[in-house]
Design a protein around this ligand. Sequence first.
Ligand SMILES: Cc1cc2nc3c(=O)[nH]c(=O)nc-3n(C[C@H](O)[C@H](O)[C@H](O)COP(=O)(O)OP(=O)(O)OC[C@H]3O[C@@H](n4cnc5c(N)ncnc54)[C@H](O)[C@@H]3O)c2cc1C
Length: 564
Amino acid sequence: MIRHDVLIIGAGISGLMTALEASKTVDVGVLSKVHSVRSHSGAAQGGIAASLGNEEEDNWEWHMFDTVKGSDYLADQDKVEVLVREAPRALIELEHMGVPFTRNENGSIAQRFFGGHTRAFGKAPVRRACYASDRTGRVIMNNVYDHALARGVKVYHEHFAFKLHLDNRRVTGVTCYDLATSEVKTIHAKAVVIATGGMGRVFQTTSNGNVATGDGLALALNVGVPLMDMEFIQFHPTGFHGLGVLVTEAARGQGGILRNDSGERFMERYAPSIKDLAPRDVVSRAILTEIQEGRGINGKDYVHLDLTHLDEGVVEEKLSEITEISRNFLDIDPVKKPIPVAPTCHYMMGGVPTDVNGAVPEIEGLYSVGESACVSVHGSNRLGCNSLIDLVVFGKRAGKTVADYVSSIDWGYEPEYSGEPMISTLLNSDGGAIIHEIRGEMRKIMTNNVSIFRTEESLNNALAKIRQLRLMYQDIGLIHRGKVHNMELREALELDNMLMVAEAVIFSALNREESRGAHSRTDYPERDDANWLKHTLVKNVNGGLEITYRPVTITRFHPKERKY
Ligand SMILES: Cc1cc2nc3c(=O)[nH]c(=O)nc-3n(C[C@H](O)[C@H](O)[C@H](O)COP(=O)(O)OP(=O)(O)OC[C@H]3O[C@@H](n4cnc5c(N)ncnc54)[C@H](O)[C@@H]3O)c2cc1C
């Protein structure tokens, strides 16, 4: 049987940072269902936040204030403090690893404006986002991947994990299958790290790549681990209209302006002080309100992102990727014409609850990092650029902790289950339900009922329909039965996971009777700190879902009305 001291599921930036740190002292294996460098981390565009103060004065306390206020006071402040205090050092380490950040003339790392990042506790925007044009994730991803190879980390590309093994409440390994051959492999490990990224593909319109199907969340739910704050799904204000592909917030950081049908800079009405640089929940609600009140472009379901007043060199150099996408896919040159944009599902604030070292308290030897984890530093709404820094800071911490842990324990029992029956049952399934039809229906239901504005009625409706789809799933039939790169087989496993996670999202959203951050209930429009300043935990109990709560840690900043 294959063995690794530490087995990491997920080779995005968080998984690889964990691997790099752990592999200094122990043996590490990493599973990725796509080639590592195709992980979604490589698509990150705008930047990574750290209070370096290279442009103007900045410090970790201001970064902390912004992150807590952005989270609508749901983030645990002790955890946020760890993130923002360690961010500058982590950033410099990336620089030393050779990440080619964009630089100022004097050689320092250049920084730009991003939504919700301010100086002096909200006085004015501050330039805190370090970047490499609008390909920041790509350069970090390639760099950490190279380092992981040099360090001898064993990466199993195109291996899909579908079963987590426990002995009592201790992790013993993972069963996965090789996508190229459908061969099932069980790997024995002393510790397992879930680093599987997000779940944006549950929605119809999303900025997320194909991998974001919440597999790790389903693995956790299946072994009785709760998920935290799953109702908080971030909709990024600016997806290319009709595509959902992201137009980075850096476009507004560089001076871009959102306009409605009459050309009005409407964010002045919603966030008079920082306008287009307000956090994402605020801007997405503003765009949707403009559209619903008939001020979308030509009365349609989008607004304009105007870059035409910016210096052409800035657009070409600092926003090169989105400029290229706009020209190639929409036939619109952003230098000359505004870009049609609408909100797109982007990020989940919730996930597997962990401590600041990635440990999942319910199960010995289980860890989680990155978007699949919920530390929680983003609360109910994440600020732009705070995910990449979260991956690096908490990835490193988890790597060190997991290495120490596995060095101190024996191998324990080998996992027994082979997983073969599950794959062959699926390959031989011949029911009448078709995978892509169920998936399409799920996405429509989620987009129509569970996106930016929600009500009890829309959520009940969604819950009933998703449960119906879960029943239908029991009767799926695969059209393709081949064992070589059978995409339908992978999609079948992903669909099961997505339906499970979708149900957990809706169930949590239905339960929270207030509006906070990205969770806007039009039937409960106010934030209600007296009853709801707490984290939601949703858990599988005897095949049904159950909710419990956890208090929020408040240290420095007491909840106030959130105005921008
Ligand atoms: C278009 C876009 C732009 C963004 N821009 C920014 C930005 O500028 N700044 C910022 O801070 N954040 C940004 N974000 C958010 C940020 O990029 C993500 O939150 C982050 O990259 C997630 O990293 P991760 O390591 O958690 O997972 P990912 O990079 O998503 O990787 C997940 C890994 O898990 C593996 N995996 C999943 N399921 C399985 C399975 N069943 N078996 C085996 N392997 C599996 C995948 O193969 C992959 O390797 C952006 C996100 C998007 C979508």
